[in-house]
Ligand binder design. Sequence first.
Ligand SMILES: [Zn+2]
Length: 142
Amino acid sequence: MIAGLLAALALLVGHPVELRCDGDTPPPGLTIPPGAVLEGWTQLGGDVLHLSEARCAGLRRPGRGREWAWSVQTLLHEGAHAAGVRREDCAESLATVWFLFAAWRLRLDWAETLAVLEEFARRSATRPEPYRPRDGSCVELL
Ligand SMILES: [Zn+2]
């Protein structure tokens, strides 16, 4: 499942991406917005996605519940940064759109796909300001 997600993500990002489960430790100079929890990070345009242990565990979790959805959202969000998207809200929006492609590649059915998208929306609504989609200014990315 993780290999399938990374393969789909490489097509979206435009270059291969590698997952490392060392994202609990921020890179030097990374400022975490107030109220945010570091769940992953990626150098802009980079090819290594650093996810926290919790998000990596979520990707490995059997079934596709909330933890899996949050982990996939984090993975796709970091993939957007790997594609060169700087803004957090834009990375968040792109992750949602990219999930539709990933769901198709993973052969998820519509009920499962919609359940994951609903979980994305619930989670995004609770995240700090820089991550919340604002005003449609990311539309050109989609
Ligand atoms: Zn981000």
